[in-house]
Design a protein around this ligand. Structure first.
Ligand SMILES: [Zn+2]
Length: 723
């Protein structure tokens, strides 16, 4: 099979140098790495580059808080990120940083070329922004908190309300405060430079129509260009929607690149971040800025793997900036969805906000690579990591089917037939033909990022091969006819070898073990059509282990935010590291999907086992319990108790109550204050060691870190009775 060698540049999104890599990030890097490994296995010329996004206000402030320079701060994360990626087999050709001379040179080259070729694309406009008069700095939205103007929930960030979901401008907040100093921000004006997107409309539309994104994604993204207009008679038509200009300026103090020729102005880090793709490539090739730009322009294919949270930026601004600077636009965007765990958004409270390093400490990283592969399709659908399903996939498929084939046949051959391969048995010719014939469909599935289809096809073949071994029973056959048994085992191992080639992009470590065990050289895609010569195989080594449920539990426990109180400002800084400070541009309308699909939560039998159903009660008995809505006013952890928190509740007309609740291991005070809860209001007051408790807050769960406080929907008022 001879094919044209493709020359491909591949990137994953740049992680922000302000926090650790977690399993949500890994979804993208593993997806990209699998695709890259597949292309390389096929013999294509692929360069896979990435690096840390190392600029911006959150980094500057977090470094200041830690008492170190931003350079020292980002160096720490660069080393940590590289170690984490290596643990999961994510094999970049180069991992760089946006805080580098080469990235600065490239950013200036691109900025200056836009200015020269399309001066009308850059416009100056005064911007009114909230300013911290104590710290003398403009505040990004995430550094302002206040009360939601819509539902009046306190402590909401300056871009949207977590309680009611409404988005707004930070100036709309009631009683705004600077997260940094606590001061009341003031409005201040500053001149900014904007990149105009509207002149690129036609070029972007043409790009969208030329395979830049998958067809289904294209139709969704097209909504950015149009809005619906409803006429008086009710008829709806689509009309063009003006594309918003993008503010590419930041005022000092700022950690980033000064804008050439604009004293006191910095490039917004989202401008130089994607240019970091080119910088990483140039660094890898040993090029300067001009040489890198030239190489980029000449590249046959450029593929960006990104999450759907940054698709607007990568589909609109990035190609528009490149084209305006006279550079090639990317070939394709590969967009994936978000990761949920057990059907829910990852959360520190649930112990599902799992760092890459924590996962690798308790589990085999190959398991996660395999599991993600079984879940990833070509569409940007969210992927759920359900630990029940995870175990079923790893134990049932990876260990029980894929590894089983070789780990069963190889030791028998070694033990009973001196480990010497022969000629595959005649009755296995059909099986081996079928295995080889799958190369085409599996290739297509890899190319289209349909890794779920890849693993499905490989598992189906493994089922057939395992059944063949089962039916032939070589362990019994060897006593009657040794050469016939050798033929069966050789056929089984040949099938195992072919399937290992198919699996190699997903499981490079597994493949390396099979190569050692079968005593064969590094497998490539073209080797599917070969047959193993009759040589002696090596002693068997374990390919992959089953999941120990105790380790899953230990990992979740380690990831659970315990009673320990985190420093508020560092928590907020971390929150801002999860989310690019892009909201003032409103670049991303869609936020990580928090709500799982109905029925997505796998039923956990432990949820009901320990507490059998109580005897039937009458409506009168139920009505005797007076349940009310309350709002948590204050919450403090009692240091003398390892379970209790002292919570002050506002129950509207019923006044305030003090309740001692055993939820210290599951909640921090910050998570509770301002939140609506349900509590039993007519429970007899109970004297406890730490004071009197005047009620009970309703929660589910067995206790310890597994406590889940109930809340009413929005709109409920303190004091209302629950019926
Ligand atoms: Zn609200």
């Amino acid at each position: 099979m001879s094919r044209r060698t493709r020359q491909i540049i591949v990137t994953s999104a740049l992680p922000y140098a302000n926090g650790s890599i977690h399993i949500g990030h890994l979804l993208e890097y593993i997806q990209t790495d699998i695709w890259v490994r597949f292309q390389k296995l096929c013999g294509h010329d692929v360069t896979y580059v990435c690096g840390d996004d190392a600029h911006g206000t959150p980094i500057m402030l977090k470094a200041r808080e830690a008492g170190i320079t931003p350079e020292a701060h980002i160096a720490k994360y660069l080393a940590e990120h590289q170690a984490d990626f290596a643990r999961f087999g994510v094999n970049f050709d180069n991992f760089f940083t946006t805080h580098s001379d080469l990235n600065r040179d490239l950013s200036y080259l691109i900025y200056n070329q836009i200015k020269e070729k399309h001066p009308d694309y850059l416009v100056r406009r005064p911007v009114e922004q909230l300013y911290d008069p104590k710290e003398n700095m403009f505040l990004p939205d995430r550094f302002i908190t206040g009360t939601c103007p819509n539902c009046k929930t306190p402590d909401q960030y300056g871009d949207s309300c977590e309680a009611c979901g409404k988005t707004f401008d930070p100036t709309d907040l009631i009683d705004p405060r600077s997260v940094i100093s606590g001061a009341t921000p003031v409005l201040k004006e500053s001149e900014h430079i904007f990149f105009r997107l509207e002149p690129s409309r036609a070029a972007l539309q043409q790009l969208f129509n030329s395979g830049f994104v998958d067809a289904a994604v294209r139709n969704k993204l097209w909504e950015w260009f149009e809005k619906e207009k409803v006429a008086e008679d009710g008829t709806r038509t689509k009309v063009a929607q003006e594309l918003r200009d993008w503010d590419i300026t930041r005022d000092p103090p700022f950690f980033g690149f000064p804008i050439p020729g604009e004293p006191g102005k910095f490039l917004y880090n989202w401008f130089d971040a994607p240019i970091g793709y080119l910088a990483s490539l140039g660094k890898y090739l040993g090029f300067d800025a001009a040489q890198t730009a030239q190489y980029w322009n000449d590249a046959l294919e450029v593929h960006h793997f990104i999450g759907k949270d940054i698709q607007y930026f990568h589909a609109m601004f990035w190609p528009a900036i490149l084209a305006a600077a006279g550079l090639r636009v990317p070939t394709r965007l590969a967009i994936h969805g978000f990761l949920t765990v057990n059907g829910r958004k990852m959360s520190k409270r649930d112990g599902t906000f799992i760092k890459a390093s924590t996962f690798a400490r308790h589990m085999d990283p190959q398991w996660l690579r395999y599991y993600f592969a079984t879940k990833l399709g070509p569409q940007p659908d969210d992927v759920d990591l359900s630990f029940e399903d995870f175990r079923a996939r790893v134990d049932g498929e990876l260990v029980g089917k894929l590894a089983n084939l070789i780990s069963r046949a190889a030791p028998i051959l070694t033990r009973l037939l001196e480990g010497k391969l022969g000629v595959p048995a005649m009755d296995a010719v059909g099986l081996l033909e079928e295995c080889r014939a799958a190369a085409g469909p599996i290739e297509d599935a890899y190319e289209g990022r349909n890794f779920a289809a890849v693993t499905r096809q490989i598992c189906a073949l493994a089922d057939k091969a395992n059944k063949y071994v089962e039916d032939q029973a070589p362990w019994a056959l060897v006593k009657k006819d040794a050469e016939e048994a050798r033929g069966v085992l050789t056929a089984a191992l040949e099938a195992g070898r072919i399937l290992t080639i198919y699996l190699k992009p997903i499981l490079p470590e597994f493949a390396a073990r099979v190569e050692r065990c079968l005593a064969i050289g590094p497998l490539e895609w073209k080797h599917v059509q070969d047959s193993m010569p009759p040589h002696t195989i090596a002693p068997f080594e374990r390919l992959v282990d089953r999941i120990d449920p105790k380790k899953v539990a230990a990992m979740i426990e380690e990831s659970t935010e315990g009673g320990k109180k985190l420093e508020t400002s560092s928590q907020q800084l971390e929150a801002s590291s999860q989310k690019p400070e892009s909201s003032s541009q409103n670049m991303e309308a869609n936020k990580p999907a928090a709500a799982p699909a109905p029925g997505a939560v796998a039923a956990d039998p432990r949820a009901t086992n320990s507490e059998p159903l109580a005897p039937t009660c009458t409506i009168d008995q139920f009505m005797a319990v007076d349940l009310r809505v309350g709002r948590v006013v204050t919450a403090e952890t009692l240091t003398a108790s390892d379970k209790l928190m002292k919570i002050q509740i506002d129950a509207g007309p019923l006044g305030q109550r003090t309740i001692l609740a055993g939820i210290k291991q599951a909640y921090t005070p910050e998570r509770l204050v301002g939140r609506l809860v349900i509590f039993c209001a007519n429970l007899a007051p109970r004297k406890m060691k730490f004071g009197t408790s005047e009620g009970m807050i309703l929660a589910s769960g067995p206790g310890g870190p597994d406590v889940f406080v109930l809340s009413p929907d929005n709109g409920a008022q303190p004091g209302q009775r629950v019926h």
